[in-house]
Ligand binder design. Structure first.
Ligand code: AMP
Length: 402
């Protein structure tokens, strides 16, 4: 019989630390929490266990202090998750960039840490806090197996014709400029769930997964392998997002710089002031933009149309990249909850075999559901993503698997 293991999943950002305590193999989340404003005057930890809330507000100098508070919170005798920290059997870390070194999750050792360090150059905002989380966890819980789960790993199966850009080969050789793709853990999780829900065999199933949240990406998956994805060298490429522009003519950068903008200003606009926010002038949040469009705001309506149009175009191009499509999955905050977006995206794709059931789709929020017509050649699904669970599954398989 399989033995129960309790996995602590950590996702470290520059000033935050999200955690989830998951029991395996039953896949049950025992409780989760978030530490925010690390390094600020007043930090905050909030934990939820079976509806019960636990909160700490105090100065949290650094990630070490944050993890110490997490350990305190999860072992709290009244509102904690476990009685003693020794009940935790393994730790899983979300790591954004594994470069082209890792095509799957790995048990962390010195070589892995070095490889994550080497990727700092191409992921300067994300890999340093991820590494801090690993170091601090090793210091505070030195005897536990620790696993790195990379956002980029799932996309390492892309062929060169999908991952190389049309620029001199030397730029790939010297600077490793290529498409890496992100959100890989989410695309992997929802595509695996889609196979289970549709009771289909991976060896004869192709899937397009749409992760639509504040960040958004689409992946074409052939027989379980990512063969193309919309995010590129960085998470800026591809779909239009909450504040990110997505793909645009690279000549625009040079043009704006010739007009006197610095590269920092241009990049700040493309990453933080574009997308739904930049086009609507209202918000990066889909719900706000939808409400404004509903109230008659033309810019908001146009922002929604552009968001939808880009996704349609990607779905069309991935239908061409895959020799057939069996399943289309919607996930992420918008994909899971925004039935209006799902309807607008699928409308007009009937000639690609994508036939949404308008009645069923309406109102579906965060629930695994088939939203296509029974006679639709492509099965359309809503699958809430669960990257934390996928990380726990990987820790369980790698550290405790047969
Ligand atoms: P995420 O980054 O995955 O957390 O997704 C955040 C996005 O999901 C935001 O743009 C939200 O407005 C959007 N979202 C959340 N709930 C809804 C909803 N009920 N309808 C439409 N969009 C939603």
């Amino acid at each position: 019989m399989e033995k129960d293991k309790i996995i602590l999943v950590l996702n470290c950002g520059s000033s935050s630390l999200k955690y989830d305590v998951i029991k395996m193999p039953s896949r049950e989340s025992l409780g989760k929490g978030i530490v925010e404003r690390i390094g600020n005057e007043k930090g905050i930890l909030e934990q939820k266990v079976k509806g019960q809330k636990y909160k700490i507000e105090e100065k949290i100098e650094d990630h070490k202090k944050a993890l110490e508070l997490v350990i305190k919170a999860i072992t709290d005798k009244d509102t904690g998750i476990v009685k003693n920290i020794s009940e935790i059997n393994g730790i899983g870390h979300r790591v954004v960039h594994g470069g082209d070194k890792y095509a799957s999750s790995v048990i962390i050792d010195d070589t892995v840490i070095k490889a994550i360090e080497e990727c700092i150059d191409i992921a300067p905002l994300h890999n340093p806090p991820n590494l801090t989380g690993i170091r601090v966890a090793k210091e505070l819980m030195p005897n536990l197996p620790q696993v790195a789960v990379f956002d980029t790993a799932f996309h390492q199966t892309m062929p060169p014709h999908a991952f190389l850009y049309g620029i001199p080969r030397k730029m790939y050789e010297d600077y490793k400029i290529r498409r890496y793709g992100f959100h890989g853990t989410s695309h992997r999780y929802v595509s695996a769930r889609a196979l289970e829900i549709c009771k289909r065999d991976v060896s004869n199933t192709n899937i397009i997964t749409c992760h639509l949240g504040n960040g958004a990406s689409i992946t074409a998956i052939e027989k379980g392998k990512s063969i193309d994805t919309s995010m590129g060298f960085t998470p800026l490429e591809g779909l239009m997002m909450g504040t990110r522009s997505g793909s645009l003519d690279p000549a625009i950068l040079g043009y704006l710089m010739n007009k006197g903008m610095s590269i920092e200003e241009v990049m700040n606009i493309l990453n933080k002031k574009s997308g739904l926010l930049g086009l609507s002038g209202i918000s990066n949040d889909m719900r706000d933009v939808e409400a404004a469009a509903e109230a008659g705001n033309k810019d908001a309506k146009e922002a929604l149309d552009i968001f939808t149009y880009r996704i349609k175009r990607y779905i069309g191009s991935y239908c061409a990249a895959l020799d057939k499509v069996d399943i289309l999955v919607f996930t992420g905050g918008i994909g899971e909850n925004g039935w209006e977006s799902r309807e607008a995206i699928c409308k007009g794709l009937e000639n690609l075999g994508i036939m949404i059931n308008y009645e069923v789709n309406k109102g579906i929020r965060s629930k695994e559901t088939i939203i296509s017509h029974p006679y639709s050649p492509v099965t359309i699904l809503v699958v809430p993503t669960n990257e934390e669970l996928q990380i726990a599954i990987d820790v369980y398989d790698l550290a405790f698997g047969a």
